[in-house]
Every structure is written in C-alpha cells, then in structure tokens.
Design a protein around this ligand. Structure first.
Ligand code: ADP
Ligand code: MG
Length: 325
C-alpha cells in the first residue's frame, strides 16, 4: 500500500515536472489570439495551436460579416427571399443567440445588423442617422424575425432588410472552442485571449489562479482591476476602442436593439462567466441595460460577475461574483 502511494506521488510529480509554459499568437478576425498553454512537449503545444488556427478559420468561414463567402453572408443575402440550408454549427449558435436574447430582454440581439450598418455608414458620412431611418432599421430588427427549421437545418430571415451580426458573440465562442481543443489534447492549464475575450483554464502548477489584468477604458495599458480566475470566461465591452463619431461626440458601437440608438449609460463593462461565450454576450447586454441589467443577471446566476464603469469615467460598480477593486 505504502509503495502504491509512493508510486502515485512519483507519477504525479513527474507529469507536473515536465510541463512547460509555451506561448504563441496569431491573427484572426481582425484581432490577435494569444495562447498560453502548459504542455508536456513543444511538439504537442504547436499541434494544438495549429488546430486552434484551423478552428478559427472554420468559425470565420461560418460567421464573418467581412467576407462574401461566409454562411452568414449567404443567409443575409437571402433575407426575405428564401430559407438557407446551414451547417449544424451555424444553426446551434443562432439558437444559442436567440436563447440569450430572451434571457436579456432583447438587449443582446444578433439581428442588430441593419442598425449597425446604418450607424456605421451615416456617421462615417458625417451625419447622424435621421429618425425615420432609425425607425426603418428598427423594423428590420428583432430576434423573432429569425425562423429556424430544425429538421431541414435551415435559417430564414423574415424581412428583406433583416441582417444577422455575430460581433458580440463570435470571439467568445471561438475562445471556448480553442479551450475545448486544448482539453481534448490533454492540456489543462492555460489562458486563451482573443482580443480581450478571455478564458482562464486551470492555473499554473503551484498557483491558485490566473492573474488577469483589466485595462482602464481609453488607456493603452493601465490596469484598473485584477481578477483571480480559474475556469472562467471574461469579456470587456466598451465605447473606447470601436465607436462611431459625429461632431466630436462618441457613440458606442453597441446599439440598443429596442430604441435603435447606441448604448449611452456606461463606458465599459467587464463580465465574468462560466464560459467565454456567455461573458461576451453579457458584457454587451449589460452595456445596453446598464447597472440594472448587471444586478438582474447576477441575481439569477450566481456565477456571473460584472464591473461597470459609468460614463463619467469616475464611478465603478460591481455586481455578483465580481469583487470590486
Ligand atoms: P467588442 O467588439 O468591443 O468586443 P462586443 O462584444 O460588445 O464588443 O460586440 C460589439 C459588436 O456586436 C458590434 O460591433 C456589433 O457588431 C454587435 N452588436 C452591437 N450591438 C449589439 C447588440 N445589442 N446585440 C448584439 N450584438 C450587437
Ligand atoms: Mg460582447
């Protein structure tokens, strides 16, 4: 018996002892993916990263709105015209998106495409969208306009101006997929960061968690909050990196699907959740709903936590599992 215990201890320390930290970055969907994995070999590490690169290309091919040959582009082109047969994975993420639209009172809604396009083109042309155009684009918005045929695996957008946009879920989803690939290959300790959408896996040996720094809105590198994370996803949404500008006023690139206007109340939201997908979704939803939304979501699900930075830039509030700095 004592020998067995000794043997187990030896085996255990061997596998930990030979794990090293490897890091590699690559570019995908307009952002950098940074991968840190503890791996027993460099060869395995690179094999896993190569699989992650391949996976993000597949995801881009399905959900990108920057390329004409994505499945998303085909679904949008056929809006109001015909149902489109889509891969199971596409259908699954549409279904997930609808579920979270229902859960967030419509604050997160992938039919935001028309409104997003309108705000983008109008502000670039130096004007704000007129009220009637906002009203028209609102008529093209609403998750109930997405019709799914489960049996035929088809998606139909009910209205020729309805446009899907996965901008508030795609990167978080890709992070979770990369974590799955790592785990399937026996890698348990690591940190995946895709343009600020993060998942912290098991911590480095001898550590209790990963230290993740949250950047101050608008500043390049100043850290406003540190998070101790294990098996958690984090995402930040804000009006400080991507935004529309008109007459010197900054409008958030997050739009309230209920009013058609950019989110107003908060500068940035950090969301912590069980998955990177959820963190991505909830950071956007709380940007729309403000602190009321953060309070409501954190009460329903104890694993959720939020840091909300108000527009004034001075006030910060924390909700749920997020311990305020
Ligand atoms: P970031 O792009 O800074 O990571 P988000 O994850 O919040 O921020 O995603 C914002 C993007 O999501 C926008 O660029 C747009 O494509 C889309 N979007 C904007 N408003 C909404 C909304 N209310 N619901 C769903 N998607 C949205
Ligand atoms: Mg988001």
């Amino acid at each position: 018996m004592r020998l067995l215990v000794l043997l187990a201890l030896l085996l255990c320390s061997c596998s930990h002892g030979t794990e090293n930290l490897y890091e590699r970055s690559f570019y995908s969907m307009g952002s950098t993916v940074k991968l840190k994995f503890y791996s027993p070999s460099e060869e395995l590490f690179h094999r896993v990263v190569d699989a992650c690169v391949k996976r993000t290309k597949e995801i881009d091919r399905l959900f990108s709105n920057y390329r004409d040959d994505s499945v998303l582009a085909e679904v949008n082109r056929n809006a109001g015209v015909a149902p489109v047969s889509v891969p199971t994975e596409f259908l699954r993420l549409v279904r997930t998106s609808i579920k979270y639209s229902e859960l967030t009172e419509g604050a997160f809604d992938i039919t935001i495409g028309s409104l997003f396009e309108l705000w983008g083109t109008e502000t670039k042309a130096g004007r704000l969208p007129g009220r009637s155009r906002i009203r028209d684009a609102l008529g093209c918005t609403g998750f109930r306009k997405i019709k799914i045929d489960e049996v035929k695996s088809q998606v139909f957008l009910d209205g020729d101006c309805v446009r899907l946009d996965f901008g508030a879920i795609g990167k978080g989803y890709a992070v979770d997929e990369m974590v799955n690939i790592a785990r399937q290959n026996g890698i348990k300790r690591g940190l995946v960061n895709f343009g600020g959408n993060i998942y912290a896996m098991d911590p480095p040996a001898g550590k209790k968690f990963w230290d993740v720094g949250v950047r101050k809105p608008g500043s390049g590198s100043e850290i406003i909050s540190k998070l101790d994370l294990v098996d958690k996803g984090v995402a930040t949404s804000g009006d400080y990196e991507r935004y529309f500008e008109h007459d010197g006023k900054r409008y958030s690139h997050i739009i309230d699907p209920r009013t058609g206007w950019p989110a107003e109340d908060v500068t940035s939201v950090v969301a912590v959740s069980k998955t990177a997908t959820e963190a991505d979704i909830f950071s956007t939803a709380v940007s729309v709903l403000g602190p009321r939304g953060a309070k409501m979501f954190a009460r329903k699900d104890k694993s959720l936590g939020f840091l909300v930075v108000w527009k004034s830039g001075k006030k910060k509030s924390c909700f749920g599992s997020y311990a305020c700095p």
